[in-house]
Ligand binder design. Structure first.
Ligand SMILES: [Zn+2]
Ligand SMILES: [Zn+2]
Length: 350
């Protein structure tokens, strides 16, 4: 095969083992389109996968990975309608089937046959027919493709917000200031809620303030994070809403302790497998605390997320601090896995 039919892609081989390899450019089949990737974004999930060497549901090595991307359609398979070569697009990393038990009950994020799409750390990616039909979106020229790629993680947060907005909230705590926590800060500010942002590192707290957080608390400078947060809430009662965006059982428990009576806690961060937390029965019964979880996103949430990026309500530039080539990806993943907190996301351009 000539070099022209080849591309480079990052292939996960195992624990902290990502290799940049040549492979044939995939060709679009029936209902599929081929996208030349403009930008792929690093994500906490990818860093976890890099550290662990696999993903229980999505990625078994050796495999191409990466799932936040945007690009341009360069080839179209048979039977595709409504798309043209040259279209700027962003695709979600999954698509629901539309007719399983959960899809029929309006929970497409829990689809029993959710089709995942990975392979964004490459020059090209084929978008499967189901994603083309249900979760492929046109990006207007006013929005940079690197910014459009934020639609996937933002869609998870848009969906997470659905559960929270039933509470008449004035004060919210966001615990954890990774990309997800920072998106929550912004979404809550847009909803008119006063946000207390809790995390570490001056750079992250600074971004939270730029996004509109009223109060920031550096968790490394306080003896008791729960007490520090409660003191920052009206009468020291705790917050109306608490969003946990860290993903470990300790943070889940802290989040529950930070809510006021009749408050709601979104336990958003995915914890390691087989972990559990202790729950005070008193808090649930006498204090009327509600706990909620959310997983993934839906096509409706993805659409809304893209619109928030197009309108500028969610300022994309604050989420991307670094740019690198595909060739540099292993090094970037290593530094993210090592705890480099000054980068929220890195834009990987093939
Ligand atoms: Zn992601
Ligand atoms: Zn389904």
């Amino acid at each position: 095969m000539s070099v022209n039919n080849e591309m480079i892609a990052a292939v996960l081989h195992g624990r902290e083992d990502v290799r940049i390899q040549r492979m044939p450019i995939p060709q679009p089949g029936n209902g599929e389109v081929l996208v030349r990737i403009d930008t792929a974004l690093t994500c906490g999930t990818d860093v976890k996968v890099f550290r662990r060497g696999y993903h229980a549901v999505m990625i078994r090595p050796p495999a191409v990975f990466g799932h936040e991307f945007a690009g341009t359609i360069v080839a179209i398979g048979d039977g595709v309608n409504g798309w043209n070569i040259g279209d700027r697009v962003v695709a979600a990393n999954s698509a629901p089937c539309g007719d399983c038990y959960y899809c029929e009950r309006s929970c497409p994020e829990l689809c029993e046959d959710l089709l995942f799409l990975n392979g964004a750390y490459a020059e090209y990616i084929v978008i499967p027919a189901r994603v083309v039909q249900k979760n492929l979106y046109s990006v207007p020229s006013s929005l940079r493709l690197s910014h459009a790629a934020l639609a996937e993680p933002l869609a998870c947060v848009v969906r997470g917000m659905d559960a929270l907005m039933h509470v008449n909230a004035r004060t919210a705590v966001v615990l954890g200031l990774g990309p997800i926590g920072l998106f929550f800060v912004r979404m809550l500010v847009l909803a008119g809620v006063e946000v207390i942002a809790v995390g570490r590192r001056a750079s992250r707290l600074g971004i939270a303030r730029e996004l509109g957080a009223a109060i920031t608390i550096d968790i490394d400078t306080v003896a008791d994070p729960v007490e520090a947060v409660r003191l920052a809430t009206p009468r020291g009662y705790g917050a109306d809403l608490v969003v946990e965006a860290v993903g470990n059982p300790t943070a889940w428990q802290q989040a529950i302790s930070m809510a006021r009576k009749a408050g709601m806690v979104s336990l958003f961060g995915g914890c390691p497998a087989d972990t559990s937390i202790e729950l005070s029965t008193h808090r649930i019964h006498y204090d009327e605390i509600s706990l909620t979880g959310t997983f993934h996103h839906t096509p409706a949430a993805f659409r809304m997320a893209l619109d928030l990026l197009i309108s500028g309500d969610v300022p994309a530039a604050l989420f991307i601090q670094k740019q690198c080539g595909l060739i540099d990806l292993p090094g970037v993943l290593r530094s993210l896995a090592g705890g480099d907190l000054d980068i929220v996301k890195c834009a990987v351009t093939p």
